[in-house]
Design a protein around this ligand. Structure first.
Ligand code: SF4
Ligand code: SF4
Length: 370
């Protein structure tokens, strides 16, 4: 019996995963269902040739987890997809773009092979940053190179609450892409290098505002390497607590918003909502509360740009039906959806929640840029 055979054979063909998968939602003919993805495992293990659709289906997944959440017999669908990708990579059958991005992370610590000397270009003179501290702020690749406002607002809010964090000068990509694509040995060695570096600085707490960085450091690194000698905290959890104890006092904003929930934090959707509530902002739920990914991560966007754009547009179309603005707490959602709207000349009013919170407290509310 091969790995996951028992789990896959427990499928009761209910098709619940079909309806929640964004890849399947935007394509015709149910060619790209989660059920179909896991059914290819036996062929992959046997090294058999896959049809183009079968191959594409394995990589047409952001590993958002929506399918895992609805499967009534708890098949670990995203773990199976990760294993399939691990095998395909070992067999030399991984898509070239996935290999190239993985190599960028392994060799240059950045999925987009960005110049490491520009990683902290977001730092402005008004931000109070310590040379050494027990508390470090992890910027993350997408915030550093695409969404610097998130880092600036987060540091402003932390400073306002009396926290002056240090930065991780030799910060690396967290490696989520490696994990999503089954490059687990490389991810483990990446985790070791990064954890050892953070611990060598004497850091006791890392604050991340990227949901991916937060979960990879806090949950994946202990499995890939070992228990960490520091705590990992998401900035939104801190802000929620600081609002509750009166350290941060949000001003009132008269907006109706929809929230573009981040897949890695989809189990704690109450946190951003409590922050929005503290600003007096009304929330109208996207997709009536159903979780739908932005369509960007894990190689979905570079390998399938058109399908990925169609998935991004689901969120845009839905928020426009019910709200003034779409609020995000994931830099990659911002980057992906922003890029898609720009390429289509589609108006977009989307803002990160930390940016909105800083504006509500410091009183400089600006229109989001499209
Ligand atoms: S993880 Fe998300 S994108 Fe991947 S198969 Fe499941 S629902 Fe589809
Ligand atoms: S939700 Fe689970 S049981 Fe239902 S079809 Fe999908 S994999 Fe099978």
């Amino acid at each position: 019996m091969h790995r996951f055979q028992k789990e896959i054979s427990s499928c009761i063909d209910c098709k619940k995963c079909w309806d929640v998968c964004p890849a399947n939602m935007v394509t015709e003919g149910n060619r790209f269902t989660p059920q179909g993805k896991i059914e290819s495992l036996a062929k992959i293990i046997a090294g058999e040739e896959l049809t183009q659709d079968e191959m594409d289906n394995i990589y047409l997944s952001t590993r958002c987890g929506a399918c895992d959440d609805v499967c009534p017999v708890d098949i670990p669908i995203t773990d199976i997809i990760q294993y399939e990708r691990e095998l395909l990579a070992q067999q030399g059958r991984e898509p070239a773009k996935t290999t190239a991005i993985s190599m960028n992370i392994i060799e240059r610590n950045s999925p987009g092979s960005m110049d490491p000397s520009t990683r902290f270009d977001w730092v402005t003179d008004d931000l109070e940053i310590a040379e050494n501290s027990d508390i470090a702020y992890m910027t993350g690749c997408w915030i550093a190179h695409s969404q610097p406002d998130i880092a600036r607002s987060t540091i402003r809010l932390l400073n306002h609450a009396g926290i002056k964090p240090m930065l991780l000068k030799e910060e690396k990509c967290c490696g989520l892409f490696l994990i999503d694509n089954g490059h687990l040995e490389e991810a483990a060695s990446h985790a070791k290098g990064f954890v050892d570096y953070i611990e060598s600085l004497g850091v006791k707490k890392v604050i991340a505002s990227c949901p991916g960085c937060y979960l990879v450091l806090g949950q994946d690194y202990p499995k890939l390497y070992r228990e960490l000698n520091f705590e990992v905290e998401h900035s939104l959890n801190l802000f929620r607590d600081m609002i509750a104890d009166g350290t941060l006092k949000p001003g009132k904003l008269d907006y109706t918003v929809s929230v573009r929930d981040a897949c890695p934090l989809r189990k704690s959707k109450d946190v951003p909502r409590s922050i929005l509530e503290s600003m007096g902002v009304e929330v109208k739920e996207l997709f009536d509360g159903k979780h739908v990914c932005c369509g960007g991560p894990a190689g979905f966007k570079p390998n399938f740009p058109e399908i990925s754009s169609d998935v991004a547009m689901l969120s845009v179309q839905d928020y426009k039906k019910k709200a003034d603005m779409m609020i995000s707490y994931c830099p990659f959602c911002m980057h992906h959806i922003g890029g898609v709207c720009k390429s289509k000349d589609e108006e977009l009013n989307m803002k990160d929640i930390s940016v909105l919170l800083a504006e509500s407290i410091f009183g400089d509310v600006k229109e989001a840029e499209s």
